[in-house]
Design a protein around this ligand. Structure first.
Ligand SMILES: CC(=O)SCCNC(=O)CCNC(=O)[C@H](O)C(C)(C)COP(=O)(O)OP(=O)(O)OC[C@H]1O[C@@H](n2cnc3c(N)ncnc32)[C@H](O)[C@@H]1OP(=O)(O)O
Ligand SMILES: N[C@@H](CCO)C(=O)O
Length: 367
């Protein structure tokens, strides 16, 4: 069957009350759907994206050759089967792919918000999605699935909207962002802020897309180190040197250097620097226990069937962080959660790359 990919943007004029006490008003949410909604609306699956992801998680747009970021997992006959399920993925607020973010026009003068955009949290991102689903007249879903920051959103749904999803799968995430991950984000943030072409937030986005922003490129290189692992880099690149570069040229490159350079500079052509600052801030602030006396108290709210998936060699959100969450659920008497540690060397981005290692698990959970 056809994927039935549709992209939409909804405009909201009611205030969105944020965790910080600030208000976002008005705001837009861009989202994508795949498959068909059934008559009793019982076949909805929500997908939540990571730091630099977007609502485009499956299929290929006309005139493009790159598929959505979880295309291997979502589609006709795939683990998240769009012949059966109606899949929705929204772009989070604070991002740069259609939903309101720091470069969106601020009413009444319609100049971009830039630093005037409020800090948003993962809880705010989830709240905005919940408001969208209300508008779509969807009040309960079969499952919510996400990886990395998407996994954080899935967990936030589990404690703040416990009756919204029957099943929740959170992978490559944590219950609270740890200093190691905040440190990598700090390198990226500082590199962006200190780049003179960032112009203290008053850059021209078209110029950045054209010329790149070396600060952001360097920050993203640090990010890539945290998304891979010692083992996967060794497997991917070894000590291989770029063929055309002389070994004793100062700027001759190892393949790993070439990889970081390519992905760092390429990134600045498709992602907005202010959105990177805002979303990394949201990730840093993530702590499921905020607003509760403890993580244990937060976990007592969970009623959905909850699946926690870690990746053995994830260097960003270590596998034991998910185990801690699983142990806490057990301690508070939750009998409806499952934890698996996927045997993978790849590192954090295994949830994007090594689909074969967890797709059967996902499809079994959804049955
Ligand atoms: C989850 C979400 O919500 S979406 C976020 C997903 N997107 C990102 O993380 C953006 C960055 N992209 C990536 O890191 C990767 O493309 C992944 C993780 C998505 C996929 O990884 P892989 O399939 O293993 O791709 P790989 O890492 O080999 O290649 C990535 C790019 O580096 C390039 N590359 C690989 N090796 C080298 C090298 N030695 N020198 C230069 N470039 C290289 C590839 O050609 C590819 O380029 P392209 O993106 O223009 O096609
Ligand atoms: N590499 C992915 C996951 C990061 O957590 C991204 O950039 O969104």
């Amino acid at each position: 069957m056809s994927l039935n990919l549709k992209t939409h943007t909804e405009h909201f004029t009611n205030p969105l009350y944020l965790e910080s006490g600030r208000i976002l008003e008005p705001y837009d949410i861009t989202y994508e759907t795949y498959g068909e909604l059934n008559d009793d609306k019982s076949n909805v699956i929500v997908i939540c994206h990571a730091l630099t992801g977007s609502h485009h998680c499956a299929g290929i747009y006309e005139n493009e050759n790159k598929a959505g970021w979880w295309d291997g997992l979502i589609g006709s006959g795939k683990a998240i089967d769009t012949d059966k399920y109606f899949v929705i993925c929204t772009n989070v607020i604070g991002s740069c792919f259609g939903s309101s973010g720091p470069m969106s026009p601020k009413v009444p003068h319609h100049e971009p918000y830039r630093y005037k955009f409020p800090v948003v949290t993962i809880k705010d991102m989830v709240k905005a999605q919940r408001i969208l689903f209300d508008r779509l007249d969807i009040h309960r879903v079969h499952a919510i699935i996400g990886g990395s920051m998407g996994g954080m959103q899935a967990l936030q749904f589990a404690i703040h909207y416990p009756n919204f999803a029957t099943k929740i799968i959170s992978m490559a995430a944590t219950h609270a962002t740890q200093p190691w991950a905040i440190a990598f984000n700090k390198v990226a943030q500082e590199s962006i802020l200190k780049d003179p072409d960032f112009k203290q937030g008053y850059y021209d986005p078209e110029v950045i897309k054209e010329q790149g922003l070396s600060g952001m490129a360097v920050g993203r290189m640090a990010g890539h180190i945290s998304f891979l692992s010692h083992e996967s880099m060794r497997k991917k690149f070894g000590r291989e040197y770029k063929r055309d570069d002389g070994l004793y040229e100062l700027f001759g490159k190892f393949q790993v250097e070439s990889y970081l350079e390519y992905n760092g500079y390429n990134f600045t052509k498709w992602f907005d620097p202010l959105a990177y600052l805002y979303i990394t801030k949201a990730i840093n602030l993530f702590d499921l226990s905020r607003g509760f006396d403890s993580l244990s108290e937060a976990m007592t709210k969970v009623t959905a069937e909850l699946h926690l998936i870690s990746f053995r060699n994830d260097q960003l959100f270590k596998n034991f962080e998910m185990k801690e969450l699983s142990d806490t659920l057990t301690e508070v008497g939750n009998k409806n959660h499952h934890y698996i540690d996927v045997d993978s060397d790849y590192g954090h981005d295994a949830f994007l790359v090594e689909l074969d290692k967890f797709q059967d698990y996902v499809s079994d959970v959804l049955k």
